[in-house]
Write a protein that binds this ligand. Structure first.
Ligand code: UD1
Length: 417
């Protein structure tokens, strides 16, 4: 099993460039089969979630090739409606293939999807929306069988503003005659990115970024070359790291407005932040004061995907912080690992009370999920002494090899296994 070994007590100096957003790239890969023409996605991160998605596409009959950070997809040979079981079980985004496969070939079969173990992750909103579009769904032996032969445009209200369901339903609607209306949609920047991507292929999607999205059916889509938005969660991870470890870091290829909820929470007295021209520079000195309360919310609220990193920052802040997780139930598992490093955190239900300590100490910890794993990398970099982080396959899902990326900003990190 691979692990990271980190010698802590380091400040961060230099610059890190962020690649395209994982959560955009995965969705755009699912959407790429909406045309038999070639699609090229630029600036794709080299992470295992993307590799798994490419495997799913190959098993459906697509030709997929990767040159540096660009991925080319040719789905003209798509011959299967069955989303392969093994890779799909690992990856929750595979469920987004339901919408795009139904649009392309009117049938789709998926297994119940995987992804991080961060609580119950139902797909009832996806399935209810598809049913309202006239898709017949059979659920048997862990499979979801969808038949879209009689699919039609509809006016749908989502129970919750689910990111995945919003994206899935947009993709399911692109070829339906008439205008479909989706209400109570998620407003995340990745949904705007999907709209821009589809419209660049000839679709007529309007309203993404707001709660009502309309999709006017078109006859076909054409190939496109597209660069997804930068990864706001990776950018946020490095900014939190700088706030925690001190130093002077520039994060390049960022949309500051996509992480305004984080920028508002970074402590002004210990951090100076300069957002400019797609970059954010941060200068951080001294122990940060605790942020009294952070609550995760749907966009534009504080992202659940930065909650674990924020918990790590608060663990070394001066004072007591309260963190409330409103999106996923069991997303405090990495707090237990932080406590092994000397953090003082009490979790009760969806709330963590973090009493900041002077400093953490290095020890052996285990990544329990993707973002929790990233929070341990930050904690180990700030901590005194040596840490070993096991089970880093979770971190590989969303971050390129950190033993290659982070030494350039002064982190002493190696990978073993
Ligand atoms: C996406 C992101 C993930 C992020 C999450 C919330 C991708 C690949 N993943 O996940 O990184 O943490 O948004 O910002 O883009 N829900 C239901 N029924 C459903 C669907 C969702 O009850 O059918 C609930 C979930 O349990 C959760 C909430 O809705 O409590 C939000 O989930 P959702 O927005 O769907 O997250 P994902 O799309 O899975």
């Amino acid at each position: 099993m691979a692990k990271y070994i980190i010698e802590g007590g380091r400040e961060l100096y230099g610059s890190l460039t962020v690649r395209g957003a994982k959560n955009s790239v995965l969705t755009l890969l699912a959407a790429s089969i909406l045309t038999p023409e070639t699609v090229i996605l630029n600036d794709c991160p080299d992470i295992s979630d993307v590799a798994v998605m490419l495997q799913i596409l190959r098993k459906l009959g697509c030709k997929v090739s990767r040159r540096d950070s660009s991925i080319e997809i040719d789905s003209s040979g798509l011959h299967s409606y069955k989303i392969a079981c093994d890779p799909a079980k690992e990856l929750r985004s595979s469920v987004f293939m339901l919408g795009s496969l139904l649009s392309r070939i009117k049938r789709a079969r998926a297994v119940y999807p995987g992804g991080c173990d961060i609580g119950l992750r139902p797909i009832d909103i996806h399935l209810a929306g598809l049913r309202e579009l006239g898709v017949t769904i059979g659920e048997r032996h862990g499979h979801i069988d969808c038949d879209g032969t009689h699919a039609h445009a509809a006016d749908i209200v989502l129970d919750l503003p689910s990111v995945g369901a919003t994206e899935n339903l947009i993709m399911a609607c692109v070829f339906l005659d008439g205008i479909s209306v989706l209400r109570n949609c998620a407003k995340e920047p990745e949904i705007v990115d999907l709209q821009n991507f589809l419209n660049a292929m000839g679709a007529k999607v309007r309203g993404a970024g707001g709660s009502v999205i309309t999709v006017e059916g078109v006859k076909r889509l054409h190939g496109v070359e597209y660069t997804p938005i930068p990864d706001r969660i990776v950018a946020g991870t490095w900014l939190i790291g700088a706030a925690m470890c001190g130093g002077k870091l520039t994060v390049e290829n960022v949309c500051p407005e996509h992480i305004s909820s984080l920028l508002a929470k970074l402590p002004k007295s210990s951090c100076k932040i300069y957002p400019r021209d797609g970059k954010i520079a941060i200068e951080s000195k001294g122990r940060p004061p605790a942020v009294a309360k952070t609550e995760t919310m749907y966009y534009p609220g504080f992202p659940t995907d930065l909650q674990a990193q924020m918990t790590a920052l608060q663990s070394v802040s001066d004072g007591t912080a309260v963190i409330v997780e409103n999106i996923f139930e069991t997303r405090f598992r990495s707090a237990v690992e932080l406590c092994k490093m000397g953090a003082d955190i009490t979790v009760s239900g969806n709330t963590a009370v973090v009493r900041g300590v002077e400093s953490l100490y290095g020890t052996r910890v285990t990544a329990t999920d993707l973002r929790g794993g990233a929070s341990l990398v930050l904690a180990a970099t700030a901590a005194q002494g040596r840490s070993e982080i096991d089970e880093i396959h979770h971190i590989d899902r969303g971050y390129e090899d950190l033993s290659v990326i982070l030494p350039s900003v002064g982190v002493k990190i190696t990978r073993e296994g």
